[in-house]
Design a protein around this ligand. Structure first.
Ligand code: KG4
Ligand code: ZN
Length: 342
């Protein structure tokens, strides 16, 4: 049988994504983001996101079909994000996928968004050595996943107990008076700052925390610590050294993320770490993780930045793996699961 042609639809947060893959080959990846509409609110507003998905989905489907030079009637299956994500946002993608599946008489597969962040790397680098460890870091999630089989066997080893890493970047940017989304601006400011200027706390690394939360993360204490430090400077009538705060905050985030990830990889005995999600675009995170992983003989893989942020190709990539594995399609009655676990 030739490689399956899969349509993937993603709408869990503020990106409307439509991707088309054949097997592990990327044919189209159209993304319409509503991020600009959320800027003045300093974060994603669910209702604004849902409305934007409604407006963007059909044009994105048309553009993807044109780019891939594919007639949607020729796809072998339709894959769509079923969760986790924002309820109102998820239902737009699901309703569109169900309508297409019913009209074109194609099998429908409800896909876990987090698995998409793992599978998307296959499009860039091919077969992922098994088992692997994935570190997913974005505005909505921060998780360590033990990947034994992309289609059938992924378990969560740990995750954040409060804020996601990207959320911490966004909140700290706000404290510093920088625009949303905060990740890219802090990343840039940090390059001009001294990462050792301020010693911010590393969450869940104290000995008593490590017993229960060895592979979990916490960023809310760090954010509060940055807020207090900045507030004290202002009370003292001193300038806030934005670049130094950004660099020191970033160092705290990247130090914990990389230390725990390499610890988990060594604990599991895996030879490969996969880095995914929007925060994977961070320059310091990538360099430090590569350095620490390579030091213990572990290889680091990261899809190119355009595939790290939310998109439809990552959902199509999972679709391709589940079709290949012969898994049963989902019923057309499948519903959205905002808190869907891996
Ligand atoms: O994966 P993504 O596009 O959407 C979610 O599923 O959340 O990730 C967006 C998050 C935002 O919080 C943004 O601030 C962060 O990724 N981000 C970064 C960088 N680029 C984006 N964080 C740190 N450094 C970056 N260069
Ligand atoms: Zn995501």
């Amino acid at each position: 049988m030739s490689e399956p042609l899969i349509l993937g639809i993603e709408s869990s947060c503020d990106e409307t994504g439509v991707g088309i893959v054949r097997g592990r080959t990327l044919l189209a990846n159209e993304v319409a983001s509503s991020v600009e509409e959320h800027v003045r609110f300093g974060g994603v507003v669910p209702e604004v996101a849902s409305r934007a998905h409604l407006q963007a989905i059909v044009p994105a489907l048309e553009r993807a079909a044109a780019t891939a030079d594919v007639d949607l009637a020729d796809v072998d299956a339709i894959a769509v994000t079923a969760g986790p994500g924002l309820m109102g946002a998820l239902v737009v993608g699901l309703a569109s996928a169900k309508a297409l599946a019913a009209y074109l008489n194609k099998p429908l597969y409800g896909i876990n968004h987090l698995v998409g962040h793992v599978a998307v790397d296959l499009l860039d680098h091919g077969e992922l050595p098994m088992p692997s460890l994935a570190l997913l870091v974005s505005g909505g999630h921060t998780s360590l996943l033990h990947v034994r089989d992309i289609a059938t066997d992924i378990t969560e080893l740990g995750s954040t107990i409060d804020d996601a890493a990207g959320e911490a970047y966004d909140k700290v940017a706000r404290i510093l008076g920088l625009p949303y989304p905060g990740g890219p601006v802090i990343d840039k400011a940090a390059q001009e700052g001294d990462p050792t200027a301020i010693r911010f706390p590393r969450g869940l690394t104290a000995r008593h925390d490590m017993e229960k939360h060895r592979f979990d993360f916490s960023f809310s204490g760090l954010k509060t610590s940055v807020a207090r430090w900045v507030e004290q400077r202002r009370l003292d009538g001193l300038d806030v050294p934005v670049n130094d705060v950004a660099a020191s905050f970033q160092e705290a985030v990247c130090d914990v993320l990389t230390a725990k990830t390499v610890d988990a990889a060594t604990h599991l005995g895996v030879g490969t770490i996969l880095l995914g999600g929007g925060v994977a675009a961070n320059s310091r995170l990538r360099t430090l993780l590569e350095e620490r992983a390579n030091a213990v003989g572990i290889e680091l893989r990261r899809p190119h930045p355009g595939l790290c942020t939310d998109n439809g190709a990552m959902i199509a990539a999972v679709g391709s793996e589940v079709v290949r594995a012969g898994l049963a399609p989902s019923p057309l009655t499948i519903s959205a699961h905002p808190g869907l676990p891996v």
